[in-house]
Design a protein around this ligand. Structure first.
Ligand SMILES: [Zn+2]
Length: 200
C-alpha cells in the first residue's frame, strides 16, 4: 500500500458518498491533510455531533429532541399537511414563505407499484398521523417527475379510500417537468403552492 491505512480508510468512506468516486474521495482526504490539526479536530467533532440529531416523530424532519420546531409552532395551520419526499424539499418550500401548514416527509418516491421502495417510504406513519390529527387538506408537493406522479397516484388512491373527507391538492403547473423540487426557484414554487390544483 502506498499510503497509511488512516488515509486509505477515509478514502474508502468518502467514495461511498452519493455521486463521489474514488478519485474525488482521494482529493477530499488530501485536502483535509493540508488543514491544521485543530481544524481536523473541529471537523471530526462536527461529525460526532451529528449523533445527537434525531428524526421528528411527527413529520420526519431532522431535529434535536423528539418534535421539530415546525411541528411545535402553535402559529402554524394544523389543518394543512404538505407531503414532500425529502428534508431538502421541506427546506425549499419553507424558503418560499408561502406555506404555513405542517409537513410530512415520506422518505422517498416510488417509480412503479412493484417498486421495492414502497416498503421504505413512510406510508404507515402517514396513515397513523391522518387518523390522529385534524388534517383537512393534503398538498402533494412532489417533483414533476415520473416518480413524483407515480407516488402521487399511489397515495391518492389509498388516502381517498381511507379518509374520504380530506381535501387533496397538488402543486400548480409551472415548475418545468423533470425538475427536482429542491432545485426549483423560490418564486415559481411559491406560486405553485398558492395556486395549487384541487385533485378532489
Ligand atoms: Zn416535525
Amino acid at each position: 500500500m502506498i499510503w497509511p491505512k488512516q488515509i486509505t480508510n477515509l478514502i474508502e468512506v468518502f467514495s461511498k458518498f452519493p455521486q463521489i468516486g474514488p478519485k474525488t474521495a482521494q482529493r477530499f482526504v488530501f485536502w483535509l491533510l493540508k488543514k491544521e490539526k485543530k481544524d481536523l479536530e473541529k471537523f471530526s467533532q462536527m461529525i460526532k455531533d451529528l449523533t445527537t440529531i434525531e428524526v421528528c416523530q411527527l413529520c420526519g424532519n431532522y431535529t434535536q429532541g423528539k418534535i421539530c420546531p415546525i411541528c411545535q409552532d402553535k402559529t402554524r395551520d394544523k389543518s394543512m399537511l404538505c407531503l414532500v419526499s425529502t428534508p431538502s424539499e421541506l427546506q425549499t418550500i419553507e424558503q418560499t414563505k408561502k406555506y404555513s401548514g405542517l409537513y410530512f416527509i415520506l422518505g422517498g418516491l416510488i417509480d412503479s407499484l412493484e417498486d421495492d421502495k414502497i416498503k421504505e417510504i413512510r406510508i404507515n406513519d402517514l396513515l397513523k398521523r391522518l387518523k390522529q390529527d385534524k388534517i383537512k387538506e393534503i398538498i402533494f408537493a412532489f417533483s414533476p417527475t415520473i416518480e413524483g406522479e407515480t407516488t402521487l397516484l399511489y397515495l391518492e388512491d389509498i388516502i381517498k379510500k381511507k379518509f374520504p373527507k380530506i381535501k387533496l391538492s397538488k402543486l400548480a403547473r409551472g415548475i418545468s417537468l423533470g425538475t427536482h423540487l429542491e432545485y426549483a426557484d423560490e418564486v415559481t414554487l411559491g406560486e405553485a403552492i398558492k395556486k395549487r390544483e384541487k385533485i378532489r
